[in-house]
Design a binder for this molecule. Structure first.
Ligand code: MGD
Ligand code: MGD
Ligand code: SF4
Ligand code: MO
Length: 779
């Protein structure tokens, strides 16, 4: 039977349902050409790792190879569905002839194959020498949102208790640092309040800078199924582009990039002015109403409309929907997190919900979304600079708990200053203080801002660079040692989606050549370095993922992300289990904060918080004096405006994002023929107004230039706010755009700026000033 083309039919067929009904199942399958389900030898339990939803699935195996995928009908996250990336890229992205199969080492300027002993020997010799001569601050680790929980935990322990370096972060900094920050600043600790079932129950859905139709396609199918059923939710969207989400919206606020906070303060003001406030809830469970009111005071809808470039009535209509519905679900993502005043803007979403008392009830909740499949685990395990188990590095008792668990002196565990964030980590490499940089499962030579600088840092800083990946990426090409990793389907481990749902992904096939799991590599390094506890026992005494998982369960005990009641066996008998689940508990709660008790007690909280305008730390004394004691914090900041506003030389606002067909730097989706064909090359989008005003034609080749670099791409005239230019960031440095006679730079990050949010330290990928020039004949 021919299989449906799901690059054309992105969300698949509708299964309408009404509010409060269960979402009907629909099982999606993709198999290699010519195969049917009867040909499959085995189905192996897993979940998809191509976005933060983590749809439950089974991997089809035939003759020792992955040959397809099928959604799991019994999984509450997707009820059988899969999107284009899950269907085409999950397994095809892994089984290519150009996978890394042996370690590579740099010899006379060239990367050449080497044995594991040779490669690890080089790493350990350099690492040991630097530790002896310079100390732990010579070491930096830059990891991912795409490894498994067990791998992050092993990395966190070896980095924090083995080496003792504060220089450890993940690409999660680029991805969900603001989600974590917004949750910590408002509620005291990380942890997603809502769950996907809230889509089934809500009266209104607000999407703030989230193109869910392209980036969480299965969750969007759920929304479409509700829109097709009785009592559909109203939809409000904040996005400068007319995305598929915006097309079905009741209110679309097409804000200028970088102006989110002005809009949010106006929405807060409307809710306050119209007395849509749940006063008893606010009085009993929050702090900071007066400051919030003061911050919002000047933001009339007219004032915000002018700053944001939207219509004041639209703001009023959006506010009325929020203010009069009883069940609103909000989702927030990169249009907020990677834009100006990210944490301050994302916190206003929390504030709106607190003001209305809309939290912890079916249909009423917040999704400070994640992007990557395992970003949550990095945040939990602390390979992103945080301490494991949402512990507070400023709290000596929390540090002492870890020291006791790991059997090392508390002073060994870095906690004397803020952990180093990703852009600072690269800065230290640039300055020469970090001289050993280990990059795992991320491709910063395409995904970081201001690429010319990143390339220089990797190539010319003199640091010893280790890259651990599936493929010889743009980053791996610049490394001193390249380690071939086993990936999804080739190793066992767990991971947690954007709504606290943990899945087990089992090994289905052997990795190619000599590739090894990231866990095996980290454990091998730890053994060769002979990291020990103070009592002389091995620091990482684990043999496989389940050992590490059990150690992690202990580390999570009593913390908000308690995993002690979720075993590998539980994950084998249930497709997706939510944390927290404490030892002995049989059920998990669906929603956090139903009781409106928040982890803001000074002894529990993950942070004492920050000033949202400057990022200055509040500190223990001032936080204690506030006496939050379980109440949530209504935090705000004055509006400051976008970074690098347009001017005469660079008159357009540049913003970046995703295509439905590709995942990041395309190492997997670019190798799935269906997806590669659907979006083969880069493009840029401008509005019809700008095209007409400047004489640009659809399809013509243009150069887009910022103060930091240039790209060349064909132009698409699209539904985007006037004055704004959009480019997808998927395409690497030298991909030749369609129609180009010579090869030009095409990576959006050639143009982006090295700036970050003062609180979350997430880079600003969504605003920069650019100019556009004709380059070739119109096509
Ligand atoms: N197909 C696909 N899906 C993915 C991924 C992928 O690469 N491809 N990656 C996954 C990951 S890691 C992530 S983080 C998520 C990201 O998921 P999203 O956040 O949904 O994706 P983006 O396209 O980065 O940005 C969302 C929207 O922000 C808008 N935007 C730009 N500037 C502004 C602004 O200043 N204000 C507002 N309000 N909006 C703005 C853009 O127009 C864009 O439509 O997707 C996940 N899913
Ligand atoms: N301009 C702009 N830039 C952006 C963004 C944007 O919106 N605009 N978004 C940012 C965001 S949200 C994100 S998440 C980042 C993503 O940026 P990256 O993390 O750089 O993107 P990926 O292409 O996903 O890189 C992951 C790498 O890990 C490898 N890999 C996959 N699985 C495994 C594994 O199991 N083990 C190992 N060792 N390797 C593995 C893949 O082959 C790939 O090379 O980009 C950020 N950069
Ligand atoms: S929605 Fe996300 S997790 Fe689900 S199939 Fe698509 S890419 Fe995979
Ligand atoms: Mo991300």
């Amino acid at each position: 039977m021919p299989q449906p083309d799901r690059t054309a039919d992105i969300w698949g067929g509708r299964k309408p349902f009404g509010r409060g009904e269960p979402w009907p199942t629909r099982v999606d399958t993709a198999l290699a050409d010519g195969l049917s389900e009867h040909d499959v030898d085995r189905w192996v339990r897993s979940a998809c790792v191509l976005c933060s939803s983590g749809c439950g699935c089974d991997i089809a195996v035939k003759d020792g190879r992955m040959v397809g995928i099928r959604g799991r009908a019994d999984d509450a996250i997707n009820r059988g569905r899969l999107g284009p990336k899950g269907l085409y890229a999950s397994w095809q992205g892994m089984r290519n002839a150009d996978r890394l199969t042996t370690p590579l080492v740099r010899e006379g300027g060239e990367l050449v194959p080497a044995s594991w002993d040779e490669a690890m020997g080089r790493i350990v010799r350099r690492s040991r020498a630097l530790l002896d001569e310079v100390g732990p601050l010579s070491h930096g680790f830059y990891t991912s949102g795409q490894l498994f929980l067990e791998e992050y935990y092993a990395l966190a322990v070896l980095g924090k208790a083995g080496i003792g370096t504060p220089h450890m972060d993940g690409n999660t900094r680029l991805c969900t640092a603001t989600a974590a920050s917004a949750l910590k600043e408002t509620f005291g600790a990380d942890g997603q309040p809502a769950c996907y079932e809230d889509v089934d129950e809500c009266e209104a859905l607000f999407l703030y800078g989230h193109n869910m139709a392209a980036t969480q396609t299965v969750l969007w199918s759920r929304v479409l199924d509700r829109l097709a059923g009785p009592n559909p939710p109203r939809i409000v969207v904040v996005d400068p582009r007319e995305t598929p989400v915006a097309r079905v919206a009741d209110v679309h606020l097409a804000v200028r990039p970088g102006t989110n906070l002005a809009l949010m303060l106006a929405l807060v003001r409307e809710v306050l002015q119209n007395d849509w406030v749940d006063e008893p809830y606010v009085a009993a469970h929050t702090l900071g109403l007066d400051e919030l009111r003061e911050n919002a005071e000047e933001w009339t809808p007219e004032r915000a409309a002018e700053v944001c470039g939207v219509d004041a009535d639209g703001i009023r209509r959006a506010a009325r929907i929020f203010g009069t519905a009883e069940r609103v679900l909000s989702t927030v993502l990169q249009g907020f997190y990677q834009s100006s005043q990210a944490t301050a803007s994302a916190c206003q979403v929390n504030n709106l919900h607190l003001l209305r008392g809309m939290l912890g009830r079916p249909g009423a909740g917040i999704l400070q979304m994640n992007g990557q499949p395992t970003a949550q685990n990095n945040r939990e395990c602390g390979a992103d600079g945080d301490l494991p188990g949402f512990r507070n590095w400023e709290n000596p008792d929390h540090v002492a708990e870890l020291a006791a668990l790991w059997g090392v002196d508390p002073l060994k565990i870095p906690h004397w200053a803020d952990p180093t964030h990703a852009l600072q980590l690269f800065r230290y490499v640039e300055q020469g203080s970090i001289r050993f940089l280990w990059i795992s499962a991320t491709n910063p030579a395409v995904s970081m801002p201001q690429l010319a600088r990143i390339r220089d840092i990797l190539r010319a800083s003199g640091a010893f660079v280790v890259v651990q990946d599936l493929y010889l990426t743009e980053t791996a090409e610049l490394a001193d040692v390249v380690l071939p990793a086993a990936g999804w389907g080739e190793k066992t481990g767990t991971f947690t989606n954007a709504t606290r749902t943990v899945h087990l992904s089992e090994k289905a096939v052997d990795p190619p050549g000599q590739a090894r799991s990231d866990l095996a590599i980290f454990l091998d390094y730890a053994r060769r370095m002979d990291f020990r506890r103070d009592d002389g026992r091995e620091l990482l005494p684990w043999d496989g993922p389940e050992d590490v998982y059990r150690a992690w369960q202990e580390c999570s005990r009593g913390r908000p992300c308690d995993y002690t009641g979720i075993s590998y066996d539980d994950l084998r008998s249930h497709s997706g289990v939510r944390w927290p689940r404490r030892e002995g508990e049989e059920q998990s709660v669906d929603r956090l904060y139903a009781d409106a008790v928040f982890p803001t007690h000074v002894d529990d909280c993950e942070t004492y918080g920050h000033d949202l305008l400057t990022g200055a730390s509040v500190g223990e004394q001032a936080f204690t004096a506030l006496r939050p004691d379980g109440r949530a914090l209504l935090k705000a900041a004055p509006y400051a405006g976008p970074h690098e506003p347009p001017d005469d030389a660079y008159p357009f606002r540049f913003t970046t994002g995703r295509s439905v067909y590709h995942f990041h730097t395309r190492t997997k989706t670019g190798r799935a023929p269906e997806l590669a064909d659907a979006a083969p090359a880069v493009w840029v989008e401008i509005s019809p107004t700008d095209a007409e005003a400047h004489g640009f034609e659809d399809g013509e080749l243009v150069e887009v230039r910022s103060r930091r670099g240039r790209i060349v791409a064909p132009l698409r005239v699209a539904d985007i706010a006037a004055g704004t230019v959009f480019a997808p960031f998927h395409y690497g440095y030298w991909d030749a755009p369609e129609g180009a006679e010579e090869r030009h730079p095409t990576a959006a990050n050639e143009l982006t700026i090295t700036e970050w949010d003062p609180v979350s330290k997430q880079p600003v990928f969504k605003t920069a000033a650019v100019r556009i020039d004709h380059i070739g004949p119109a096509r």
